[in-house]
Design a protein around this ligand. Sequence first.
Ligand code: COI
Length: 395
Amino acid sequence: MFKNNQLKSTIKLLSSKRFNTMSLKPLVANDVKITLREQSKLNKPIKNEDLVFGKYFTNHMLTVDWDAEHGWHTPEIKPYGNLSLDPSTCVFHYAFELFEGLKAYKSLKNEDDIIMFRPDKNMARMNQSAERICLPEFDSEELIKLIQKLIRLDADLIPKGKGYSLYIRPTMIGTSEGLGVHTPDKAKIFVICSPVGPYYKTGFKAVSLEATDYATRAWPGGVGNMKLGANYAPCIKPQLEAAGRGYQQNLWLFGPNKYITEVGTMNVFFAFKNGDKKELVTAPLDGTILEGVTRDSILALCRQNLDPNVWEVNERYLSINEVKERAAKGELIEAFGSGTAAVVSPIKNIGYNGEDINVPLQEGKQSGKLTEDVMKWIGDIQYGITEKPEWARVF
Ligand code: COI
């Protein structure tokens, strides 16, 4: 049984969904304390051809603690290293964890420029995820400034060239100790950075998918639109099952209509033709779909660059049966996944109900034409070839 004061404090924590952030100290980038790694322990750049996604890290990391009494503490940039947490810390038991994935690129136009691609979108989503699992929110622009300081410090480790970048992983965890289930009164942001090349070891190659209708990634009223670590672990088993039947990834379906939602950990696009008209389709943001920054960028660039007399760009429900029927009629033109890590990932076939739906590729190539164009449009902005200051933050 609860003692009276224990009960009161539990009720207070459970009921005050958000803390009174007005009286708490905000996150301030200029307060940062920087401790450098010893010169003799510094990692050297890895050759581009030896990079493996998420395997190597830069020399420094950013950490910022928060507590419900004071707000954000002094941000620290320090040598990359272990975190030390009590085994009862709430992140380990109740999944108070959220993360982001974004990239910084060495400009191909001006050697000294580093470009971050739409970091404001990632920060906004990070704050939405934080709000959903009762972790503290923060000033997005201050975290962007801190991440830029972190990246500048290890700028020599950002690989150069198209397809190569620095993958940035901002993470927030609840750090309250004890096994009570309640709003965390302590939290930590940490940011680590990994020099990366192409996400798939095979490079830009079309993948085969198996449609998964026996497991569901997300559901209405759930948290499928949030970037929570808890959304990812349950996705591995269906991927392994697909792999066991010879497919490289799984395609997520939802509900009795078997609507296509996502592919693996990415958003997904399908292109169709109907006479001389064409349509690009992706699932609508109904709360079950991750609000991908790459997804949003692709929609915007397609609406801007494709001929509106030919193309319609739609966010609508699309079932696997529609894909199957239209593929049989020769109306399926191409399909691709989209995400920060791979940017776009072309699809070559989809196993469904024991049959394969073939997705066309260009003659002798590993993708459809639109997939290739989208990759170039986005890449040119990310590497500073096309100027788009509202998306590309040069620093
Ligand atoms: C992405 O496509 O950026 C992802 O979400 C994959 C990431 C979890 C490694």
